[in-house]
Write a protein that binds this ligand. Structure first.
Ligand SMILES: [Zn+2]
Length: 75
């Protein structure tokens, strides 16, 4: 997701995916009304709360493994 209200009961306990006003990465409407295209986008604007900073000294070759680890932690 690229954003949520950050104010509701779900957001206040880090369950933003249950927020009724969350904006999904794909097929959602951004705050400016434009449609989100997820991985099909050339660029995206996201609330920094939902962004993971990529270490500059880490090759992007590790990106798939890193993302998989994050998903396993969440699940
Ligand atoms: Zn919320």
């Amino acid at each position: 997701m690229v954003a949520s209200c950050r104010k509701c009961e779900n957001c206040s306990v880090d369950l933003e995916n249950y927020c009724l006003r969350h904006i999904p990465t794909y097929n959602g409407f951004s705050l400016d009304g434009t449609l989100t295209f997820g991985g099909y986008s050339n660029m995206t604007v996201s609330d920094e709360h939902f962004v993971v900073r990529w270490p500059e000294n880490l090759s992007m070759d590790f990106a798939p493994c890193y993302v998989l680890q994050l998903l396993l932690i969440v699940l």
